[in-house]
Design a protein around this ligand. Sequence first.
Ligand code: UDP
Length: 456
Amino acid sequence: MEKEKRTHKSHCIALPYPSQGHINPMLQFSKRLVHNGAKVTLVPTCFISKSLLGDSGPITIETISDGYDEGGFAQAESGGAYMERFRVVGSETLGSLIEKLKSSGCPVDCVVYDAFLPWALDVAKKFGLVGAVFFTQSCTVNNIYYHVHQGMLTLPLSEPEVVVPGLFPLQACDLPSLVYLYGSYPDFFNMLVNQFSNIEKVDWVFCNTFYKLEEKVVDWMAKICPLRTIGPTLPSAYLDKRLGDDKDYGLNMLKPVTGACMEWLDSKPNGSVVYASYGSFAKLEPEQMEELAWGLRRSNAYFLMVVRESEQAKLPQKFKEETAEKGLVVSWCPQLEVLAHRAIGCFLTHAGWNSTLEALSLGVPMVVAPLWLDQPTNAKFVEDVCGVGLRARADDKGIVRREVLEDCIGKVMGSDGLKEIKNNALKWKNLAREAVDEGGSSDKCIDEFVAKLTAW
Ligand code: UDP
């Protein structure tokens, strides 16, 4: 396709997978692109866009259809059916959007798409545009899926220890659950492995991590694809302050209970509160919820616990009655503002990659209690590679018991705490800042991308 002479800023479409943990990093990455001189249009699905609250700042919003405008993922018969319909309907509606933007005088140069949606590269190429894939998970986890995709890691696993080039030593159970428990959720497995289906055709590969955090595996992956590290994707108000964001939380699918959380935290001593959250979509077994609740209560620390509305019925009645003295339970909170608060001493997390990176970047020690997907690998990373937390291990039934939680929280929060964990937390916080600050490794990658796009 003949290229027209540029009379406008480089324009990227940013296409996130429609969930909170994917919209957050894509939006913050988009802001950094805008800061470096590009124009960005963020494109959530029609269904998700109806529930997004907040401020997208300088980012324009347009929508496309995933074929489920009334109910999104929940309306589909299966994960596989959802992904297939999204591919077919999304390809068509993304194409129409690109045409619409061109005819309205705002032509698109590049499609930055979530790695879960590899078909977006075909759309970009059909229109002669640059294609950039955005991986929201760690480079370590992506490397594992890459090896599975290439048939270099044969499943089901036959050994208890696994050697993956570029990675630290791993027990099989440290691998993402879909790999370790091969066959457990075939639709999700296919989606994650298919992230690499057209990796050889893509122009740029962005990963939400920073170079020093995953140096060895980043170097390894950079030999097989044009990989750049661009994270951590926190609003600049929390890291380098250069973008003028004012504690910007971006776009929330649930309404945060901000005032009550922050007032409650303000009333607590420094480092005295455990913040507990299992992210935006995990559904806990009722037994696990009960253990979690009593584990927090038994720790004797103050606790701020996020339990989404849809999960609250699983909380034990007696716990609810007793909570007021030591804890606050809310349905959603401004997580970054909470993690950055002086009263927080520890984050009890499921180890979703965003939560992990956020705590790491804000220097908050963690107790990690992973459930599935990439979380076991992230937990290994937190405990053994970065040394910024302890893993609360599940029993044979897969439940993390209250005594285990109490013990881990006690060790991380205790009066002398674990010195090494606290020192490491500070070290990683500083390195995260360095990466996104002017001239840092992630900043340079973003600079290079926008400069090449402008010259393209
Ligand atoms: N989050 C939030 N408020 C909450 C809980 C979570 O804003 O009460 C945000 C959190 O900051 C993170 C995202 O939701 O950016 C969760 O992403 P993560 O990858 O940690 O977990 P997922 O939800 O994908 O399992």
